[in-house]
Design a protein around this ligand. Structure first.
Ligand code: ATP
Ligand code: MG
Length: 453
């Protein structure tokens, strides 16, 4: 073992000693988790570990989702083999992580994560493994399955499917809680939230995704500790943001985050604008519904779009102020404001440049939809961010925040032939908006000729 034995979860002080609790074992005939629910890659790993004499369990979301007939896609395996032992069994295996090593076994594009059972080495007081708020800083000791179970977050995530006989091992009542559709913390909710505040977001995420109810004591713990989220590293929250909003339950998850006062901890500027402006909520909701629809139909989703939606009002407001201060174009002002608002947002959720840069472009392009004439307007169609900017504008028009006739114009021109397009963009300059336009041009010409005389 390459890792120093160190203290981990303090809740283990109250948890049963290893070996002191027997799991409830639900035989294959007593549950509905079938090998058909498990990917062939995950099965290969489970079988090879088992045949080599190790314990091998499918654990976590894979078992939970299979029980709920949700067709799991992500499979985590737990074993008593050390990472090095796992690696020696698979040629397609890499060890990752420094603090706690995990084995990643690759089959084409699918990666199966294999974790060695983890536990606290001793149960004596040692606060050095926790920060002032009780957050876990180290968690790096190998153990047995009956120790591994106590470090997991919720009972529904702590079922172990044993490949040896297809039974499920349940130490914490997860089987019953899944049937009752309840999110229940393992151990003391307050302590578990303090150890890792991200668990509050996970509770909400699972409640949304699984349509479960969060148990009362968990609700209480969450309500009292929302502020702890601000201690979580921003990089970790980006991953969590993706899971919260790109898993197909974005709208429901958003409502739950609002309900538990967590949304504002993730997006403070958005939260503030939401309280000022009811139409912003409508826009956000439309975007969330749209995202969910795309996920449901297997279409791709990019985080930059939703981030752009969340940050739009704060950016717009700041851009308006900047426009008053200095002589810049609306588009420049949006770009500058986006830069500022994004850097504020980074303190909570770090947004990788590959998303923040296109997001800024998408937003700064919005004023260009109001220009309907001329070559530059027509060339906008070829802009590499046109599609995203267009989707953004369309969504705004759907909730009454962008002109519907503009939206129709930009929808129509996309399917026109080159000739029709030339006409669309130039017709406007000739006949465009009808008489008034022509009159204005005639007046201008007259004025010009007057000046020249
Ligand atoms: P999904 O894959 O749908 O996000 P999951 O339950 O598999 O759900 P993962 O993030 O893949 O979630 O984690 C796998 C398992 O690891 C979980 O089921 C849980 O047992 C444990 N786990 C993950 N994150 C935490 C955490 N922050 N605290 C405690 N246990 C955790
Ligand atoms: Mg998982």
């Amino acid at each position: 073992m390459t890792h120093s034995l160190h203290v981990s979860d303090s809740h283990l002080k109250e948890s049963p000693k290893p070996g002191s609790i027997e799991p409830r074992i639900i035989k294959r005939s007593g549950h509905n988790v079938s090998r058909n629910d498990i990917s062939s890659a995950a099965l290969k790993v489970l079988y090879r570990l088992h045949k080599s004499g190790y314990q091998a369990f499918l654990v976590g979301g894979g078992v939970r989702d299979a029980m709920l007939e949700l067709h799991p896609k992500d499979f985590d395996i737990a074993t008593n083999a050390t990472p090095e032992e796992v690696r020696s069994l698979f040629s397609n295996c890499r060890l990752i992580g420094r603090r706690f090593r995990l084995a990643h076994v690759r089959f084409g594009r699918e990666i199966i994560e294999v974790a060695t059972f983890r536990a606290a080495a001793n149960h004596k007081d040692d606060d050095s493994a926790h920060d002032i708020e009780g957050r876990i800083l180290r968690d790096n000791v190998y153990g047995e399955i009956d120790e591994d179970v106590w470090r997991r977050d919720f009972t529904c995530n702590a079922l172990y499917f044993n490949i040896a006989d297809f039974s499920i091992w349940d130490y914490v009542g997860g089987f019953k809680d899944i049937k009752r559709k309840r999110i229940v913390f393992i151990g003391d909710p307050v302590q578990r939230v303090r150890e890792d505040p991200v668990r509050m977001l996970r509770a909400v995420r699972f409640a949304g995704k699984l349509n479960f109810t969060i148990e009362d004591s968990a609700v209480k713990a969450i309500r009292e500790h929302t502020a702890l989220l601000t201690n979580v590293p921003a990089a970790r929250l980006f991953d969590e943001f993706l899971k919260l909003f790109q898993s197909g339950f974005a709208e429901l998850t958003f409502d739950l985050l609002k309900e538990y006062n967590l949304f504002g901890k993730l997006f403070p500027a958005t939260e503030e604008e939401l309280s000022n402006d009811a139409s912003f909520l409508k826009f956000i909701r439309a975007a969330l519904q749209n995202t969910d629809k795309r996920v449901a139909t297997g279409k791709s989703v990019t985080p930059m779009f939703l981030l752009g939606v969340f940050l739009w009002m704060p950016i717009k407001r700041l851009a308006e102020a900047r426009c008053l201060e200095e002589k810049i174009s609306e588009s420049q002002a949006i770009s500058i404001a986006a830069y500022e608002i994004v850097s504020q947002q980074q303190r909570r959720i770090s947004i990788p440049k590959r998303f923040s840069v296109p997001m800024r472009e998408m937003l700064a392009l919005q004023p260009r939809f109001r220009v309907l004439r001329g070559k530059r307007a027509m060339n906008f169609l070829e802009h590499r961010r046109f599609r995203a900017a267009y989707d953004f504008m369309l969504l705004q028009s759907k909730v009454g925040q962008a002109d519907k006739t503009l939206a129709k114009f930009w929808t129509d021109v996309q399917t026109q032939t080159e000739d029709e397009r030339t006409l669309s963009f130039q017709m406007r300059s000739k006949q465009g908006q009808g008489k008034n336009d022509g009159q204005r041009r005639r007046q201008r010409r007259r004025r010009r000729s007057l000046q020249s005389t």
